[in-house]
Design a protein around this ligand. Sequence first.
Ligand code: FAD
Ligand code: FO1
Length: 445
Amino acid sequence: MNDRVKNLNNLDKPVNGPVIYWMSRDQRASDNWALLYSISLAKENNVGCLVIFCLIPEFLGAGSRQYRFMLDGLQETEESLRKKKIPFIILSGNPIQEIPSFLNSVTAGTLVTDFDPLKIKRKWKDEISHLISIPFFEVDTHNIVPIWTASSKQEYGAYTIRPKIKKLLPDYLVEFPELDYQPKTVESEIINDWNKLYSFIPHSADSETPISFKSGEKEARKVLDKFIHTKLEHYNDKRNDPTANAVSGLSPYLHFGQISAQKVALEVKKAGMDSDTIDGFLEELIVRRELADNFCYYNPDYDNFNGLHTWAKQTLDDHRKDRREYIYSLEEFEQGITHDRLWNAAQNEMVVTGKMHGYMRMYWAKKILEWSESPEKAYEIAIYLNDKYELDGRDPNGYTGIAWSIGGLHDRPWREREIFGKIRYMNFNGAKRKFDVEKYITLYP
Ligand code: FAD
Ligand code: FO1
């Protein structure tokens, strides 16, 4: 059993019966170690393999746009799995009920699922592992270096986790084996009723908003190829310019697992560009992204003020009483009607397109700290808006990005100032030095 696989319930004697892969975070048929492991187990025990997904109508504030994007992608995955004779069944409801009852209905022999550091997922798995009596495995197919192999603790920053990941990359950044045909054809008379599944989607303000990103594994691959051929070369010098359209656009696909970060890294390295051209991108894709999973996995307070380092809590406490020149309510932030045109444009970019530019996310969150009555309130507002509007929201990258912006996580103390204390400060003039802010503001009126 390779170290990408973790046994969740100390039962490892396979019971006779099909191997079930409960797909959740990594919603793809190709380049998926959890699926590959399930198929290999099925072959070993000469049983069938089925893939299931449990649709829950409420997930961390997700609205219609995010659910439509996800279901569109799952339809394509159903098709890809069908071509390999692997049944794909979508359940709906509370996984803690639905998963065990499905396992009983097919007298499953083994349960496999994909790794996710979010608390809600760990709760599901913990409860289910006490309700079933067959082996239950978790496979980290989201990180290139399995989270528990890269580090056994919360890392201080990119500079501490980078050497640990780099040392292990040669062993883990490897090509994926082809997905084999289903070893044993398993008939499953259950047909997914997609109209019914779409009808579960929560009704929200953006129910009619068209999605600016086409969903699915094929589209994710197109976005990657376009990035490599037309943007990668200038990524380093343009990635902090939100008017340059210089970033990959991969985050919605990576968030829903429609493309593997490992595959992205392999393809980028094959592009044949010199390393300092691609290193900037790989730093974000591998080090920053896997650092975010490390934070969420080892720190249960990843989504609140208590999860910050002592120095950060101390400095924000020292400045709680500082006079705030502006204080905005959640509604004023949400409507993008602050005094700052740049901030409002960033909020509009997120609401209209479902994806705010990375540089603006830092500025956006730091200003919420500056214009909220307390750091806790700022945290609440930033997470609420990020997870309501971002297509890539409800993700370890988001909780970590917000902790970095508001609480200096994975950052160092800076010169002390009002409200921010020693948390890194950003302002309009800083942005003006980086890009044409007037142009950005006209893009998102
Ligand atoms: P590219 O620059 O092309 O990056 C490629 C990939 O590298 C990204 O898809 C992502 O997986 C990874 N990456 C890039 N920057 C970071 C970073 N700072 N931290 C971790 N991984 C990174 N990312 C999300 O996926 N979901 C979120 O909800 C989210 N919220 C954020 C909130 C704040 C306040 C901040 C500061 C950052 C947030 N990020 C979030 C991280 C980053 O801004 C986005 O991943 C990035 O903008 C996605 O666009 P892209 O894929 O085109 O970026
Ligand atoms: N995972 C599931 O297993 N079932 C769901 O119904 C589901 C809905 C969902 C909606 C929006 C969203 O951003 C994520 C959603 N996820 C769901 C989780 C997702 O697969 C990722 O695992 C986490 O969000 C990131 O770690």
